[in-house]
Write a protein that binds this ligand. Structure first.
Ligand SMILES: CC(C)(COP(=O)(O)OP(=O)(O)OC[C@H]1O[C@@H](n2cnc3c(N)ncnc32)[C@H](O)[C@@H]1OP(=O)(O)O)[C@@H](O)C(=O)NCCC(=O)NCCS
Length: 162
């Protein structure tokens, strides 16, 4: 049986579609001021990218019933990899285990897609917190750079029962 990931406060961390009821809360997710060099100042920017680009899908991160973060994912048909982006935990909610649990939930969700063999993401080379988190989740460097960001990848094992 699969357990829902929880943060260090015991809150259930889950991903949710962005809808009429929660889009404001998702749009208002903001990193700490000093993290603005690594990510957008507001998740609203990622929501717009999801709406306009036709590539990314934004999801809210819930801690129990409260929106505490944003993530998004895409499938790169050419490269054959799924990508994660726009990972932001609201400034006041950081350091509680939300980011780790949200990433675990997203990796689990993407891994269930039949075409998912590899998950990739990129981060600013100075973003040591993100680097630690992704390494702990099993992502390893690909050697590639994307817009001057370090690209890491996680292999998704093929489910023999599928
Ligand atoms: C990176 C981010 C998503 C992590 O979310 P979080 O909820 O704060 O992280 P967690 O509490 O789940 O911590 C998970 C791990 O991340 C690493 N980590 C997170 N913040 C860190 C920091 N400031 N310094 C060092 N390591 C850090 C640690 O390895 C930590 O594990 P530990 O608690 O066992 O030490 C969050 O800090 C954030 O939104 N930062 C701004 C946006 C950003 O940089 N996003 C990533 C873009 S690629």
């Amino acid at each position: 049986m699969e357990h829902e990931p929880t943060d260090r406060e015991g809150r259930r961390i889950a991903l949710c579609a962005v809808d009429d009821g929660n889009w404001r809360a998702v749009a208002d997710i903001a990193p700490r001021d000093e993290q603005r060099g690594f990510v957008a100042a507001l998740a609203a920017r990622y929501l717009l990218l999801s709406m306009c680009g036709g590539l990314w899908t934004s999801l809210g991160v819930l801690a129990d019933d409260t929106v505490v973060g944003h993530v998004m994912w895409a499938y790169d048909e050419e490269g054959g990899a799924h990508w994660i982006g726009g990972v932001v935990v609201d400034a006041d909610e950081q350091g509680k285990g939300v980011g780790r649990a949200a990433m675990q939930a997203l990796i689990r969700m993407l891994s269930r897609r039949p075409d998912c063999r590899e998950i990739r993401l990129s981060y600013h080379p100075d973003n040591s917190g993100a680097a630690k988190l992704y390494a702990a989740l099993g992502f390893t460097p690909t050697g590639d750079l994307e817009d001057d960001e370090v690209v890491v990848a996680l292999a998704v094992p093929r489910d023999p029962a599928a």
